[in-house]
Ligand binder design. Sequence first.
Ligand SMILES: [Fe+2]
Length: 436
Amino acid sequence: MTAISDQALKESILDQFKTTRNRTLELVKTLEKDDFVVQTAVYMSPPKWHVGHVSWIYEAILSKLDKNYEFYSKEFSEYLNSYYQQFGVPNDKGARGIISRPTVDEVFQYFNNVNQRVQNFIKSKELSDEEIRLITMGFHHECQHQELLVYDLQHLLADQYRPVKKSERKTPVEIQQKSVHIKGGIFNLGYNGSSFCYDIELPEHKTYLNDYKIDTAPVTNKQYLEFIEDGGYEDYKYWLSDGWEAVKKNEWTSPMYWEKLDKEWKVRDFLGLRKINPNEPVCHVSFYEADAYCKWAGKRLPTEAEWEKAACWNEDKQEKTVFPWGNENPTDNRANLLESYQWCCAEIGSFPEGISPYGCHQMIGDVWEWTSSEFIGYPGFKTGFDEYNDKWFANQKVLRGGSFGTPKMSIRASYRNFFRLDERWLFSGFRCAENA
Ligand SMILES: [Fe+2]
């Protein structure tokens, strides 16, 4: 293990830590105290819990790095442990909203106390590569919860939420809905950059692809409405067996958050109750709905390798980049991510500067895109933190690309998100692929 003494590196870590912690505070800054405690569904969490849990994970990390580490409080650990059996029996997730202690004020005191503990640790010694990796994982974990918190805030408050920052929406350029032909062969799947990535993005490994076609844009509301109006939700023949069961059991007739009022489809989100915008990517669909649409359209979902190649492989230069546009970090002109502060999907054609070498639009940001790939470890997978990712290697599908709720620092083309096949409370959409 290499000891790193570089002061500049240490300052950069402290800087990333402060930026990440401040973003959590900014997201909850305008909430009323009453908002902090409410859990609107079993799959949601109260804002108070997120504020505490993102702090607790740093304690879990510090306890791995320092054998003598003492947790702040047993009671806090029990409430704030999400699912890590190695740290005791976690509280029931669906019951997070019925617990009034620790109080909101106590959780903020805890947030500040953990800030001090982490900063003291970083300042106290020369950090090894492993210490840097795990502390950095804490920032990325916090980013994941910031996005989950945004989902929860939409469910809890919708347009009653008052974001600290809000930006003007982009004016899209007109683009043609089409698919692009991609040559198959050996493709190196996985992260090959030099910054942080999760264990599940490694190791980069060879995979074989046949020639295929992939849409240059995600499926839009307009396209998805055609599926609805053609009786898509009423005909079993488009659906996987489990998907058809989910349609009947949950009485699905449209994406989540859609309502039919006066014979017109509307959506209720951060912008309020508004008419469906035909040019936005469809959002809040489950894997089953994405798969059914593809079948109806005579297409299929891409595999995650097909998605990644379309996003970041440059055929002319024979090189892979971290993002569709190259290796530079995301900017507001390239992708709609959390710090774009749009609080909704951008219309198709809003980011011509963000296209991939194959001409695919909006692969980063706006909506997570379902793929047909099972969420399992890559060949040669080694866990980077027990129970974090590896215990979910069953019954989940991979989504790629990030959404308008994803913080900029936490997304790249190789990032693998995962959800169960019937979940649709995330900002999830898809694009179609075809055999060439
Ligand atoms: Fe977590």
